[in-house]
Design a protein around this ligand. Structure first.
Ligand code: DGP
Ligand code: NA
Ligand code: NA
Length: 210
């Protein structure tokens, strides 16, 4: 039975995890499920490679350009900022956004290069805060076994191990940690329940926070 989702803002639901944690297929599956329930919802993904800034990020990830660590950090952040007013408009109009990666990726991946964590967090301050972060937890070694990494810059086991250790320091009250080594259907089921619970509780009118 579909619920009535009107009169409430949308939820900002973020999926995080290492490369090859299954995030992208899980977020697509979650969005299809929510659409089927009548929830106004869109799938988003950062980095958004379709913008000018996103093109620079994409070229960097493909090793086609070199940028210093702080420069690329700020570009990833700018890529979230350039979408933030659209994000706000969508959420306020009642659309739930399921976002594959957000500020936590920004901090975990740059901190893995040795950059200071507070410095990494600073440009993220003021972005819209997620209502729910679904962390797909997988040991880096297991992720590496999953058909191997692609050829992008960060897709190496030693780097992913560092990213994993930084992610564990970023958990806050909005996080739910899901064991990503479970069968895909079990993960799907848990994500669906958590997302529906989050969306229903938005009807209490909790405002967006930063
Ligand atoms: P994806 O398109 O989700 O596969 O992400 C591309 C790669 O970029 C992936 O290795 C994760 C990494 N990444 C995503 N967001 C950020 C960010 O904000 N900062 C940094 N340094 N890396 C990021
Ligand atoms: Na990737
Ligand atoms: Na991905």
């Amino acid at each position: 039975e579909n619920c009535h989702w009107d009169n409430s803002r949308g939820s900002l639901i973020v999926l995080e995890g290492l490369d090859r944690s299954g995030k992208t297929s899980q977020s697509n599956s979650l969005v299809s499920f929510l659409k089927g329930k009548g929830v106004p919802v869109e799938a988003w993904h950062f980095p958004d490679r379709s913008t000018t800034v996103g093109g620079m990020i994409s070229s960097y990830l493909a090793n086609k350009s070199q940028l210093d660590d702080r420069t690329i950090h700020l570009l990833f952040s700018a890529n979230r900022w350039e979408k933030s007013s659209l994000m706000e408009t969508k959420l306020k109009s009642g659309v739930t956004l399921v976002v594959d990666r957000y500020s936590y990726s920004g901090v975990a991946f740059s901190a893995a290069k040795g950059l200071d964590i507070q410095w990494c967090k600073a440009p993220e301050e003021g972005l819209i805060a997620p209502d729910l972060v679904l962390y797909l937890d997988i040991p880096p070694e297991k992720a590496a076994e999953r058909g191997g990494y692609g050829s992008e810059r960060y897709e190496h086991l030693d780097f992913q191990q560092k990213v994993a250790s930084h992610y564990t320091n970023l958990h806050d009250h909005t996080w739910k940690v899901i064991d990503a080594c479970q069968p895909a259907e079990d993960i799907e089921k848990q994500l669906r329940e958590l997302a529906l619970e989050c969306i229903s509780s938005r009807r209490d009118g909790k405002p967006l926070s930063r």
